[in-house]
Design a protein around this ligand. Structure first.
Ligand code: LLP
Length: 410
């Protein structure tokens, strides 16, 4: 297979980024991120409805990418004090920030209250108690949504399924209803929304539709208890193709179904997409350090590793890998592996590559989501540089986060 598969990342620009900033290097297309953002909101407009989008910062928390999405109209879904600070620093209005997560620290809740963020999604009775007390002590009333565990199987990788009954996330419906019934005992919070996130990489529209119906039945029961539930946050999880021929979430189908359901129930729809906005907007450019053959396998040992992109090792994710400037000759299967001292350190198994030599550049595709944001310093390796292509024809190139130095690590 040869590059390009992501035509918004021109080969010349990838190679220029590697020359200017070294490898491994994440290269993003500003145009593509904005196009992804527009495509999603256009689908809801076409379906005759409106939805608010809170970008899931965990997918990629680079400040410049947050700024780009903020300028395009996104709010932010954050899961830590760090992500909240990043969203604020990127220019988000506090009211457009939702703080979610199963284990929030007291100091993070206090920071959220002090910043007057729009929503806190609460995942347990204890959290509601702690938050209400902290808010009351500050004489404020925080708007919250209860995160529900809908007990729906999203048919995705086990680590990416969050809405199954035995998952750590969210409240069982009966417990959520009990909290709504007892809401007067929590004067520091106002329960005005329900939240659900079914999991990630979902391409089956029925998963969204089924869980929306479960949620709306619950909205009706909460309203019957007198609670003013006006918002339904359906989480993220829109699947995107990583390889040719893979399915994508049917954005128009999801929009039509959910807009219809929401209109009937008179609720405002929210989503928290992460991957959909950024996954296909980036590639990881890496250099071949050595080649060798061993045990009947051909190895390309590259300067990117599992610490730079952990998705293959952690989820068995398959990313497209290609030579940036393919040499002539028959393609052969390669194990594409990094320098980290673990057998699980691979970026691709059985990757068809043309002849590769020491010094060649390889491109790992569709790494914009959960790539650099999940990178670590394992083996005391500095995390990769990040470069944004922008302007007409992606001719502009801006370093949006330098490679870490060894001094940063020490
Ligand atoms: N909302 C909540 C509550 C979430 O937990 C997540 C993702 C999202 C929204 C955004 O989901 P997305 O639209 O990006 O699928 N590291 C994994 C993905 C973990 C997702 C965790 N939660 C990966 O590399 O595939």
């Amino acid at each position: 297979m040869s590059y390009p598969q992501q035509e918004w990342l021109p080969a010349a620009a990838l190679s220029a980024a590697a020359t200017a900033h070294g490898t491994p290097c994440y290269v993003y297309s500003a145009d593509r991120i904005s196009a992804n953002q527009r495509r999603l909101s256009d689908a809801f407009t076409r379906a005759g409805g409106v939805a608010e989008f809170h970008y899931a910062v965990k997918a990629n928390s680079n400040l410049e990418i947050l700024r780009l999405l903020c300028a395009g109209g996104a709010g932010f879904d954050v899961v830590s004090g760090g992500e909240m600070l990043a969203a604020l620093r990127a220019g988000a209005a506090p009211a457009d920030i939702v703080f979610a997560g199963v284990g929030k620290r007291d100091d993070e809740l206090v920071a959220a209250l002090d910043a007057h963020i729009g929503w806190i999604n609460v995942e347990s009775a204890q959290e509601l108690r702690v938050l209400s007390d902290l808010a009351s002590a500050r004489s404020v009333c925080q708007r919250v949504a209860l995160r529900i565990n809908p007990g729906v199987d999203p048919h995705t990788h086990a680590y990416l399924a969050t809405g199954k009954a035995a998952s750590k996330f969210g409240l069982p419906t009966d417990e959520a209803l009990a909290l709504v019934a007892a809401r007067m005992q929590f004067p520091g919070v106002s329960i005005e929304g329900l939240h659900v996130h079914n999991g990630s990489t979902i391409t089956d529209t029925a998963v969204f539709a089924d869980s929306a119906r479960i949620m709306l039945a619950l909205v009706a029961r909460c309203r019957a208890l007198g609670a003013p539930i006006e918002h339904l946050d359906m989480g993220g999880g829109f699947g995107v193709p990583y390889l040719p021929g893979q399915p994508s979430a049917d954005i128009d189908g999801i929009a039509r179904t959910l807009v219809g359901i929401a209109r009937d129930a008179n609720v405002r729809l929210k989503f928290e997409p992460g991957r959909y906005f950024v996954a296909d907007a980036a590639a990881l450019v890496t250099r071949v350090l050595f080649t060798k053959e061993s045990g009947g396998k051909r190895f390309a040992i590259i300067d990117a590793a599992m610490n730079d992109l952990i998705r293959p090792a952690l989820y068995g994710a398959v990313h497209h890998i290609a030579a940036l400037a393919p040499r002539n000759g028959a393609a052969a299967l390669h194990e594409v592996v990094g320098p980290v001292c673990e057998s699980g350190d691979f970026l691709g198994h059985d990757v068809a590559l043309p002849p590769v030599q020491r010094g060649d550049l390889l491109v790992v595709g569709h790494v914009g989501a959960y790539g650099r944001s999940m990178a670590s310093n394992y083996n005391l390796r500095p995390r990769a540089a990040e470069v944004l292509l922008e302007g007409a024809g992606s001719t502009g190139m801006r370093l949006i986060r330098p490679r870490e130095s060894l001094e940063d690590l020490l």
